[in-house]
Design a protein around this ligand. Sequence first.
Ligand SMILES: Cc1ncc(COP(=O)(O)O)c(C=O)c1O
Length: 379
Amino acid sequence: MLDNTKLIHGYPVVDPHTGAASIPKYQTSTFNQQAIFESQEYSYTRFGNPTVAALEEGIAALEGAKHGFAFSSGMAAISTVLMLLESGNHLVVPKEVYGGTCQFVKDILPNYQITSSFVDYSDLEEVEKAITKDTRVLYIETPSNPLLKVADIKSLVQLAKKYDVLTVMDNTFMTPLYQKPLALGVDIVIESATKFLNGHSDVVAGLVALNDDQLEKSLRLHQKAFGAILGVEDAWLVLRGMKTMGIRMEKSCQNAQIIAKFLAGHPKIQNVYYPGLTSHPSYEVHREQATSGGAVLSFDLGNEENVATMTEHLQLPIIAVSLGGVESIVSYPRTMSHACLSEEDRLEQGVTPGLLRLSCGIEDSEDLLKDIEQALSFI
Ligand SMILES: Cc1ncc(COP(=O)(O)O)c(C=O)c1O
């Protein structure tokens, strides 16, 4: 089954008990147990719920995995996975990792004697040098946020295997439709379903998929014990959003490709960052491991005043934190996703005062281009 068919038929989409064309919201915290001395599939919603289980099967199907997990946010998924580490362990993390992950690794994990090294993943030698005898996880995120830097997944997996280190990958930007980390050898894949999987900017959710049975047991225990489970209503909304994910993503990525090309040729734009452009420094690596440039791009207007002028005049995109909605979303990384870094650290990463990130929605590209063009004319 190919992915678009899978989105409609590849996991429990129809209710097995009633035939309802949409899995109902099993809005219950607990389940009546008729035979008190026998275990039954569902007993308490924190341990499992049929609506949430359908979504967990859905992410497993899309990622080509044996096991799926749903969490209350992308960060709940990331933090619960990283809590598989034990005191004394070390992990290697990309310098440009998502801000929330950076904060969790830097500010929370040391409380449990778990240490980390932040490394530039474009330099594999640096990554290898950072691996110590205590390293248990090599954390991957590609393309990065907001500069869309690309890391070579296969080479990183090879490196991790050489040192018997687990690979954990955040695949939020590409989604399981366009990048299949498990097929490339990654051990655990994480998605913030808040973004493209749900796709309607109305839910916060996180998903995880993996193949190893031992890891499944351990993560299931952590999921149950930390309790950061996804609520039934939100699981249902993500299930609903996923059904149209294929056509939504196709349109959003088409828009991104068109807009990136337009901006790359515009005299008022200093730099465009988009892995779907042949001018992207890692275009070939990205093309090897992903089947689309994705729906997110960033561009540099040179300074803060130009950012203020452009965002003031843009009429279609909302100006907001987040990405992956049906509506186009413009973010200012300097004061939004990367606000917790110092200006020095931001500049080192390339998060300049002139940088804007655009997550393309499914509007008509002609209208988006017209809007961008008129906003740029005020600069
Ligand atoms: C790449 C990436 N990973 C993880 C997250 C965290 O997801 P959530 O906001 O659902 O906790 C985000 C949120 O923006 C993100 O962009």
